[in-house]
Ligand binder design. Structure first.
Ligand code: 3PG
Length: 310
């Protein structure tokens, strides 16, 4: 069978080599399409693929239509909002992710970005520390847990709210040292820094809105290592206009990026290209997990990380 890596943003070479070994040792043919710039390259590459390993690559119905042999798509990473799950189910294609495999890399970047912004881009002027700032984790999955672990080292009190875990479930996560709160409103009221960790779903789209942002103390920071769509950008723009000490830090460029940069050059910061999971370690962890999942699925139908209904 043909297994293809499809990555507009490539894995580290070491990860690619090890993925290739896993695929070929299992008796499959390996191929790759990296750094493509046009969708036609993608639709052309997948035409004889039985399996594809992807990152944030958009796999919609058109791509699946171009891949009549496709049986499995593994998203080497956590979020799978880039795959049309309904189309996959209709075509009997299994979609899986590799939960947790790149979580540490994303969590470390959260602190990298926070330090960079709080130290004024290391320009020599007086900045601020993270210690004693109350950190609010909005949602509590793998990345949030890693963020909590690191935040303890910085001496930050940590609050958490999860729309899917109950208050008691969160309280039981004692090892992370988080204070569980009852609502998103309570979280924003009690946090100097909010870090976002929810997946992009219909329910989470634009969920970070004026109602929540306006509850934060002054000064305040929102840091986004999730998806740009979870932010209501109009509301973010409004709160930053109203509050001269409000900062927005994001690993995913805002839709209104140019406007944010023009209006708030010192208070809006984004990485040039989503960098959270872009470490060799995360590439190896997620890429190899994806390769093993592909091999297991093709061998025995093992779909333990399946995310689309059958
Ligand atoms: C994820 O959902 O795992 C992260 O957003 C990483 O995305 P990337 O593989 O495109 O870097």
């Amino acid at each position: 069978m043909k297994v293809l890596i499809v990555t507009e943003k490539p894995f580290a070479p070491q990860a690619v080599q090890e993925i290739e070994n896993i695929i070929e040792n299992a008796g499959h043919t390996f191929g790759k399409l990296e750094k493509y710039t046009d969708k036609s390259q993608l639709t052309d590459a997948v035409k004889d693929a039985d399996a594809i390993i992807i990152r944030s690559d958009i796999i919609d119905k058109e791509v699946m239509d171009a891949a009549p042999k496709l049986k499995v798509i593994v998203r080497a990473g956590a979020g799978y909002d880039n795959v049309d799950l309904d189309a996959a189910t209709q075509k009997d294609i299994c979609v899986m992710n590799t939960p947790g495999q790149n979580a540490n890399a994303v969590a470390e970047l959260v602190f990298g970005m926070l330090l960079y912004v709080q130290r004024n881009h290391f320009d020599g002027t007086t900045g601020n520390e993270l210690k004693n700032n109350r950190l609010g984790l909005y949602a509590f999955g793998n990345v949030a847990k890693m963020v909590a672990r690191i935040a303890r080292g910085f001496g930050m009190p940590i609050y958490a709210y999860s729309p899917i875990l109950t208050h008691d479930d969160l309280r039981k996560e004692g090892e992370y040292g988080v204070i569980s709160v009852y609502s998103a409103e309570e979280l924003f009221e009690n946090s100097d820094i909010i870090s976002l960790h929810m997946p992009l779903l219909e329910e989470t789209e634009k969920c970070v809105n004026y109602n929540l942002l306006s509850r934060m103390p002054n000064p305040a920071i929102v840091i986004n290592s999730a998806r740009k769509e979870v932010i209501n950008e109009d509301d973010m723009m409004r709160i930053m206009e109203e509050r001269p000490k409000f900062k927005y830090i994001t690993d995913i460029k805002a839709d209104r990026h140019d406007e944010f940069v023009a209006k708030f050059p010192d208070r809006y910061f984004t990485t040039p290209k989503k960098a959270g999971a872009q470490t060799s370690e995360a590439n190896v962890n997620a890429g190899l997990a994806a390769a093993r999942q592909v091999v297991a699925f093709l061998k025995s139908g093992d779909d333990r990380f399946r995310v689309n209904p059958k």
